[in-house]
Design a protein around this ligand. Structure first.
Ligand SMILES: Cc1ncc(COP(=O)(O)O)c(C=O)c1O
Length: 457
């Protein structure tokens, strides 16, 4: 009976392969996608031979480009050296080495790294870690989390509770944890109708007011992307924003979590985006580029003082079968080595300035582009229906998706952002590998400009 079923299944699979039915529960609901054949450097080729310039590193992931031999070799060697070992049974030298390499570049005091797989997982762990730090320091009443609207922190329930993209939260609202959201530092559409610097950063001061309202003794942590990414279409807070936030956190013993899953590890032209603001968080999350696009790897970095407190009370109550994976760590280490040896962080700033200047030159004056903003290799182009009033396109118009598709047809891959104004509002994110050359920058910008013009009449 079992054999009969098996043969039937094989026949079905064979039949379906020829009629190209898929058994994958895929991400895209929009129908057939091209089949990828090869990816090298900044270029991806499909099975028809069409080539695409990856101008967004997927989701800001392939920071060192596709198909890096150094990464492949590190992975290969590590599998042969030792692959999976349970992290509560052995210490792996390569995991130690990666943590040390990160600690050398991390914000002051961040000395310990907990390795996981996805960015959302790192965010979940950071929220739990903050709570447990308070517990072991004798502040058991500190349970509440504050985050920001229009943020992106991941899609698992804890991360989604912190996240501020309305369209992604809405279907699951009854399942979400209680997180208080404050307005983001988004000067183009200031929640208070103010203008920087006259506003005196009302959006940062909102943290103080919110802590007071919730109760100064019950707040555990504040989490924010150091430079806003996926939902806001890239937005770097004004220079003094994080200093004010840090001061408020210190005043109330609230822990500061910087989510650098997207903006970390060189994307903004610095190893850590917090370097731009000259402050250090209590906890920092990393992901995406850390695995070089070759493997799922994320990390939570924490101040030594907090780590010591956790350790002396029995350790962080957390885990994960694939945490602290040696093969992932070998890939992470190879990726950091490439960044260092090829001076790619410095290049991200230098060539990123060229990218930003060219984007502004080409797009800023066009009718449906409200703003071109960013830093390093991290740029956003906000699209609006009406430039004077900043009226956004409605979500139903699916403008980010339509522009994305048009640009994709031209052989360039960008990244979509939406939810900049409630569920509405669209932006296109440009986040290429730090190795991008000027010829490709020009192709990318021309294709994007044409895609916008052709999509929005
Ligand atoms: C800032 C930030 N945090 C967390 C995440 C979630 O990462 P992942 O999709 O790997 O779970 C993302 C993903 O885009 C992100 O941009």
């Amino acid at each position: 009976m079992q054999v009969k079923k098996h043969i039937q299944l094989l026949q079905e699979i064979k039949g379906n392969m020829s009629s190209s039915k898929s058994y994958v529960f895929g991400r895209a609901a929009e129908g057939a996608l091209p089949k990828v054949h090869k990816a090298e450097g900044l270029w991806i080729e499909d099975d028809s031979g069409k080539r695409y310039l990856n101008a967004s590193g997927g989701a800001a992931v392939t920071n060192v480009g596709h198909g890096r031999r150094e990464i492949a070799e590190a992975l290969h060697q590590q599998v042969l050296q030792h692959d999976y070992i349970h992290p509560t049974a052995f210490v792996s030298p390569v995991v130690e080495e990666l943590a040390a390499a990160l600690a050398r570049r991390a914000p002051t005091g961040i000395e310990r790294f907990y390795f996981l797989s996805g960015g959302g997982e790192a965010v979940e762990a950071s929220i739990k870690m903050a709570r447990q730090i308070h517990l072991v320091k004798g502040r058991p009443e500190r349970v509440r989390l504050i985050s920001r609207w229009k943020s992106y922190h991941g899609l698992s329930l804890g991360a989604l509770s912190a996240m501020g993209r309305t369209a992604f939260r809405e279907p699951f609202t009854p399942l979400l944890g209680e997180v208080v959201h404050i307005p983001p530092p988004y000067c183009l559409r200031c929640s208070y109708g103010l203008t920087y610097p006259g506003c005196q950063l009302r959006c940062a001061l909102a943290l103080d007011e919110t802590i007071q309202n919730i109760g100064p003794n019950v707040v555990s942590a504040f989490i924010g992307e150091t430079v806003c990414g996926a939902t806001l279409g890239v937005y770097a807070p004004p220079p003094d924003y994080w200093k004010i936030i840090r001061e408020i956190c210190d005043a109330y013993h609230v822990l500061l979590i910087h989510d650098e899953v997207m903006c970390g590890l060189g994307r903004t032209g610095r190893w850590f985006a917090s370097e731009h603001y000259d402050i250090h968080p209590d906890i920092v999350t990393l992901g995406k580029g850390l695995g070089g696009g070759a493997i799922a790897l994320s990390a939570v970095g924490v101040q030594a003082e907090h780590f010591d407190a956790l350790q002396s009370a029995g350790g962080f109550v957390h885990g994960g079968t694939y945490s602290h994976h040696p093969v992932a760590a070998a890939v992470g280490l190879a990726t950091l080595n490439i960044l260092k040896e090829e001076n790619l962080i410095e290049r991200a700033e230098r060539v990123g300035n060229v990218l930003g200047a060219k984007l502004k030159h080409k797009l800023s004056g066009t009718p449906h582009v409200a703003e071109v903003r960013g830093l390093g290799m991290f740029w956003g182009v906000e699209l609006v229906e009406d430039k004077d009033s900043l009226r956004p396109f409605t979500r139903e118009a699916q403008m980010a998706e339509r522009v994305w598709h048009s640009v994709f047809q031209k052989g360039v891959i960008v990244y979509k952002a939406f939810g900049l104004a409630g569920s509405d509002g669209d932006a296109i994110i440009i986040a290429p590998a730090f190795t991008i050359i000027e010829k490709d920058i020009d192709f990318l910008i021309d294709s994007l400009a044409q895609g916008i013009a052709e999509t929005i009449e």
